[in-house]
Design a protein around this ligand. Sequence first.
Ligand code: IPE
Ligand code: IPE
Ligand code: MG
Length: 234
Amino acid sequence: MDINKIPTHVSIIMDGNGRWAKERGQERTFGHFEGVESVRACTEAAVEAGVKYLSLFAFSEENWARPASEVNTLMELMMKSMKGEFETFMRNGIRFMVLGNRAQLSDALNAEIDDIMEKTSRNETLTLILFLSYSGKWDILQAAKKMAAVMAAHPGTEFSASDFSRLLVTADIPDPDLLIRTSGEQRISNYLLWQTAYSEFYFTPTLWPDFRKEAFREALAEYARRDRRYGKVK
Ligand code: IPE
Ligand code: IPE
Ligand code: MG
């Protein structure tokens, strides 16, 4: 594949775990467990392809409204998976980050996240970002509040779009080049609203637990065929 056409940042809305489990006559959480295997596979495939940022929508602010038992299982799964993957992150040069409304997460989970983020912060091969308790509107709102505070303290301060971008939780992360959504849904579900202004969208009917290396590579191949014009004439 043309090295120039490898996206710098791939983002994925990992969807379809519940349906995958249901198809097998299992509890929804069974699909979440299997989905962790897809996270591993896509992370490996991203490293192999030379992708620098892989971000994953793991839990939205809206997902807090799911039954408590599912929410609890998901939070336990996050905790367990992060702990379990730490050695792999170090071995493969993976910088791990969690972005989102962290105030809604438990103290224990936040402590674990801080620990892994700190310990992996100097890794340079791939930045792996988990969006947890995230929503695009929340992100824009918290950035707008910061902007308002600066303007109140220093009236007349000007903010360009790129200045505003730096107030979002993704401040130092380049915008996604490619946004993948699995499971056939074709919506953004309050994910990265500002940051996907010029992302290429890729929708696939494959359910997240079935989205493995080959599927990831196919999305990269499709991306390489796209013509990004940014409003200009070529
Ligand atoms: C994605 O799978 C995982 C999360 C949103 C946490 P779902 O749990 O949304 O699975 P479906 O969409 O109901 O099949
Ligand atoms: C989006 O999936 C959120 C994540 C993948 C974390 P949902 O399953 O929550 O989205 P909707 O409800 O189909 O829009
Ligand atoms: Mg879903």
